[in-house]
Design a protein around this ligand. Sequence first.
Ligand code: DX5
Ligand code: ZN
Length: 216
Amino acid sequence: MNHLISPSVLSCDFANIQRDVEMINNSSADWFHVDIMDGVFVPNISFGFPVIKAIKKHATKPLDVHLMIANPDQYIEEFAKSGADILTVHFEVCPHLHRTIQAIKAAGMQAGIALNPHTNVSVLEDVIEELDLVLIMSVNPGFGGQSFIDNACKKVAQVKLLIEKSGSPAKIEVDGGVNLETGARLIQSGADVLVAGSFVFNSDNPTTTIAALKAL
Ligand code: DX5
Ligand code: ZN
């Protein structure tokens, strides 16, 4: 039970954002998962800096910011200023990945790399030692509420091996279609952090649902 839970605020009620942030503050969740979508890298637009700042104003736990945007390098400083504690960029949009990781760290944040379902974990081999987080996407990014892609469990196990071999401090996070059943399998495969959006916010009692994920 030492894994972390990062509820995705993408599925919260944006008309009651403070209420939902307080719910997470008072739950057994560990982080806030904050999804940023630009309508270019992914076919959806979520929200930007003003909303991150509003969440940060009330959050008592770290903001785990997942960028699904093209050209993330351009905005690293601004995400740090807005309150991101962990900043994750997608491998698929970073031609100078090593430089991007260094820039995230230089801005005072922890650095994460996300991999789409089709991206092989071997692409991390030469940067794994630099990373604080590896985010395995278990859906195609862009929307909450999609079904879990089973191949993610195999990828988690592969990243785990890579981390053990390299001595990297990176945690393994999984995002998309997480519920009690898929969450249990992910933890068995070696996941350290579970992101859950619709499973938490569409449940009758989100606080109890977070506790159930934490107790897996
Ligand atoms: C998907 C986002 C996820 C999303 C997960 O592109 O990155 O973080 O909020 O939602 P669920 O848990 O509903 O699949
Ligand atoms: Zn996400």
